[in-house]
Write a protein that binds this ligand. Structure first.
Ligand SMILES: [Mg+2]
Length: 193
C-alpha cells in the first residue's frame, strides 16, 4: 500500500461540487498541485469565504485587486469589485480540468496499490472521482473510496483538538494535503504503540 494524502478546494452549492485546486502527496515522496482554469470563477468570486480563504494562495494575474478586497471587513456592502481578480493561465500550475484528470490518474496509477486519504473527505472523494465523469468511468487503479483521517481519529478515541495542528498554508490544497499526511502518519504511529 502506498498512501496518497490529498485535499481539494472546491465550490459547492448543495447540488454540485466544482474543483478549484488539488494537492496530493504520496508516501513515496511525489507531490502534485494544480489549479483548474475551468473552475466557475464568477461564481467562486461571489463566495466571500472562498475569496478570503482560498483565492489568496492561488496564482493570480494581479494580487492588488484581491488585496483591496481583503482589507475591507467581511460582509461589507457594497462589496469591493473583484472584476480584475483572475487566475493566471501563464502559470504552469493552472491547467484545464481534462489535463488535471489525466495527470491525477497517472499520479495515482504510478503506484500499484494506492490508498487514498483525506480529512472530512466525502466531498473531496466525489469531486476527485468526477474528474473522470460518472462513477463507472473511474480509471483502473484509482480506489473507489477515500479513507478519512476523522474516522481513524474517532477509532482511536481522539477529537480534532487532540491531533497535530497545521502551522501554515491552511486552505492551500497542497499545504492541506501535506498536513493531512502529517496527521495520518501521527495516527498510524500512535495506533502501533
Ligand atoms: Mg483544503
Amino acid at each position: 500500500m502506498v498512501a496518497i494524502d490529498y485535499d481539494l478546494e472546491f465550490l459547492e452549492d448543495g447540488r454540485t461540487i466544482d474543483l478549484i485546486s488539488i494537492g496530493m502527496v504520496a508516501d513515496d515522496g511525489r507531490e502534485y498541485y494544480a489549479v483548474s482554469s475551468d473552475a466557475p470563477w464568477d461564481e467562486i468570486k461571489k463566495s466571500d469565504w472562498l475569496v478570503r480563504n482560498v483565492l489568496p494562495s492561488l496564482p493570480l494575474v494581479s494580487r492588488s485587486a484581491l488585496d483591496g478586497y481583503l482589507k475591507i471587513p467581511q460582509n461589507s456592502h457594497p462589496k469591493p469589485s473583484l472584476q480584475y481578480v483572475a487566475v493566471n493561465t501563464r502559470d504552469t500550475q493552472v491547467k484545464p480540468q481534462w489535463v488535471i484528470a489525466n495527470e491525477v490518474r497517472d499520479f495515482i496509477q504510478a503506484t500499484d496499490d494506492a490508498e487514498l486519504w483525506a480529512n472530512y473527505g466525502a466531498y473531496d472523494h466525489v469531486c476527485l472521482a468526477q474528474l473522470w465523469g460518472p462513477m463507472v468511468a473511474l480509471p483502473s487503479g484509482v480506489p473507489m473510496f477515500t479513507n478519512d483521517i476523522q474516522q481513524e481519529a474517532r477509532r482511536q478515541g481522539l477529537s480534532w483538538d487532540d491531533l497535530p495542528k497545521q502551522e501554515s498554508g491552511e486552505h492551500n490544497a497542497l499545504a492541506d494535503a501535506l498536513h493531512n499526511q502529517t496527521v495520518r502518519r501521527w495516527l498510524a504511529e500512535r495506533a502501533q504503540k
